[in-house]
Design a protein around this ligand. Structure first.
Ligand code: NAP
Length: 534
């Protein structure tokens, strides 16, 4: 067998995943090149610069744990990090670990092809360059392919329009403008209050009303920063043993166990504390519809309390899905924004958008004059970024063909028929149901250990089997079926936000800690479910 490659590993993407993959793999003596489409590192945080962009996980744990020095030296300024601060952090990581010399910026991968004879991957870039490597690792993120709805007339719009995930680097001036925001997911909910303060008028086009929990953001004091640093070992241990990679455990208590008063007090305390931890208030919020309804009801009552116009409040009240069955947003004065004179809510389920005209948006029942439109319409999640790479496996089989009916992977890490390809936070892994850096570090560590073992044994090819993949897909479905998550019929977890996308529940819902144990077991059993040759 001939073996010609330029390097050991090609990594696609220089966000949280790609940076750590480079650091880890290079650290074990492999030659690695990272290809990054953006002109800077940061991935998600490089592209998503929309007003109000901030992480919903708290700063101190939405961060790498692999270096004690890094976590002790970095000073987060707020409870939740703003996009520029995360970018500064990731740039610091790139410098501190001397990563830049192996990262090629402004280099978009347009295709990747497995070479059966040479047992390597050939990757073609948008500049027509061809690079090869023994292993290909995708670090392309789960939410990086913008979903811009195809609304008739968009190309005739005389004003400017932007998707939040492709935001201009020099910002957008809303002053004096009539702005429309389409979408009320986590992104729209972050952007609405900020844009409302700057624009002359803001019209929010809502398709599905959403639950949201107040973030309660604020500055991080020197004392609290020090307390966190003193406790980091324990914080990181809890993250790794948790269901969602957060440093708190979900209560084991049923929401139906306490009296109504006690339950309300528990929710109220969680509401006042703010953040994603609200969903950890009880153990059965995502498994028992009656338990879920108690949380959903509590938030509905809050919306009614906050929003002064009862009609607007009712439109903002989610009734078609339970709390946290779609990814729960957290906000800073989102519902309050609808009390402003300059904010209008349009329910596009009631009156769908029919067309965009040169001067605005026309729904079935009204015309909304606009100078600027913001699409906070989300992403072709999880599969979009991978399918966009035009990956072809053994025998030239396109991934697009293999996944025509939805994604199939083993552990979210490998795809049968695509040897030597590893997908960080791929479909079938906990990824988006987790604090991402925690999920990413676990995947990168597993892949790095796996490659070290292959080299130590003189093996050159690793591929999961159809059987292992089939069993994982079944387990994935079964894990999702034990939760209420697949019941939210408009969820991007299911691909429901992209017209024509197969409805498959994509992330692994069995919990992060349980998943990590499975991965460890697979490795311990000699990489059970994989065929390794050389
Ligand atoms: P999203 O959750 O998919 O929300 C998109 C919104 O656009 C939804 O309200 C959707 O309505 C609406 N929409 C889509 N197509 C539409 C159309 N043709 N007409 C009208 N409305 C349309 O996307 P996102 O808000 O960007 O968030 C995606 C994920 O990114 C989040 O769930 C989260 O995991 C992550 N995120 C994280 C943070 C953070 O941590 N700071 C911030 C933002 C995003 P339907 O619900 O009816 O589909």
């Amino acid at each position: 067998m001939t073996m010609f490659t330029d390097r050991d590993v090609l990594v696609i993407g220089a966000g949280f995943s790609g940076l750590y993959a480079l650091h880890r793999l290079r650290g074990q003596g492999l030659s690695v090149t990272v290809l990054e489409a953006g002109e800077g590192v940061g991935g998600t945080w490089y592209w998503n610069r929309y007003p109000g962009a901030r992480c919903d996980s708290e700063s101190y744990y939405y961060s790498y744990s692999f270096s004690e020095e890094l976590q002790n030296e970095w000073e987060w300024t707020e409870r939740y990090p703003q996009q520029p601060e995360i970018m500064a952090y990731l740039n610091h990581v790139a410098d501190r670990f001397d990563l830049r010399r192996d990262i090629r910026l402004g280099t978009r991968v347009v295709s990747a092809e497995f070479d059966d004879d040479a047992t390597c991957w050939h990757v073609t870039t948008d500049a027509g360059e061809r690079l090869s490597a023994r292993y290909l690792v995708t670090a392309v993120g789960c939410l990086s392919t913008a979903n811009v709805p195809s609304i008739p007339g968009l190309d005739t719009f005389a004003g400017e329009w932007f998707h939040t995930g492709q935001w201009p680097h020099d910002g957008v001036d809303f002053a004096g403008k009539r702005v429309g925001i389409v979408g009320t997911g986590s992104t729209g909910i972050q952007a609405v209050p900020v844009v409302a303060e700057q624009a002359a008028h803001l019209t929010v086009f809502q398709r599905t009303a959403n639950y949201s929990i107040p973030a309660r953001n604020g500055p991080e004091s020197a004392e609290s920063r020090q307390a966190i640093k003193d406790d980091y070992a324990e914080i990181r241990r809890t993250q790794r043993e948790s269901t969602n990679g957060h440093p708190f455990l979900i209560s084991s208590r049923s929401a139906l166990e306490p009296s109504a008063d006690e339950r309300r007090a528990i929710y109220e305390a969680a509401w006042q504390r703010g953040g994603l931890r609200f969903r950890a208030s009880f153990g059965d919020l995502l498994s028992d519809p009656a338990a879920n309804e108690t949380a959903s009801d509590f938030i509905r009552a809050k919306i009614a309390e906050i929003v002064r116009d009862p009609e607007v409040a009712e439109r903002l009240t989610p009734r078609d899905h339970g709390f946290a069955t779609k990814r729960p947003p957290i906000d800073t004065h989102y519902f309050e924004a609808y009390n402003r004179e300059n904010v209008t809510l349009v329910d596009v389920r009631e009156s769908p958008i029919e067309e965009i005209t040169p001067t605005g948006v026309r729904t079935r029942t009204a015309t909304h004059p606009l100078d600027l439109i913001v699409f906070a319409t989300g992403f072709d999640a999880m599969t979009g970024p991978l399918l966009g790479l035009d990956i072809r496996g053994a025998g030239g089989r396109p991934l697009r063909e293999k996944w025509a009916a939805g994604p199939r992977t083993y552990l979210g890490l490998q795809i049968a028929g695509f040897p030597n390809l590893f997908t960080i936070t791929g479909p079938g892994s906990p990824s988006v149901l987790c604090n991402m850096p925690t999920a990413i570090e676990q995947h990168v560590d597993w892949i790095a250990d796996c490659l070290a073992e292959l080299d130590a044994r003189g093996l050159t090819r690793m591929e999961t089997t159809e059987e292992a993949e089939e069993a994982w897909v079944a387990h994935n479905n079964e894990a999702a079926g034990r939760t209420l998550l697949p019941q939210a019929s408009t969820s991007w977890y299911l691909g429901a936000n992209v017209p024509g996308k197969p409805r498959v529940f994509m992330p692994y819902a069995g919990g992060f800690a349980a998943y990590a144990r499975i991965c460890e077991d697979v490795a311990r059993k000699g990489y059970d479910g994989f065929v390794r040759t050389g």
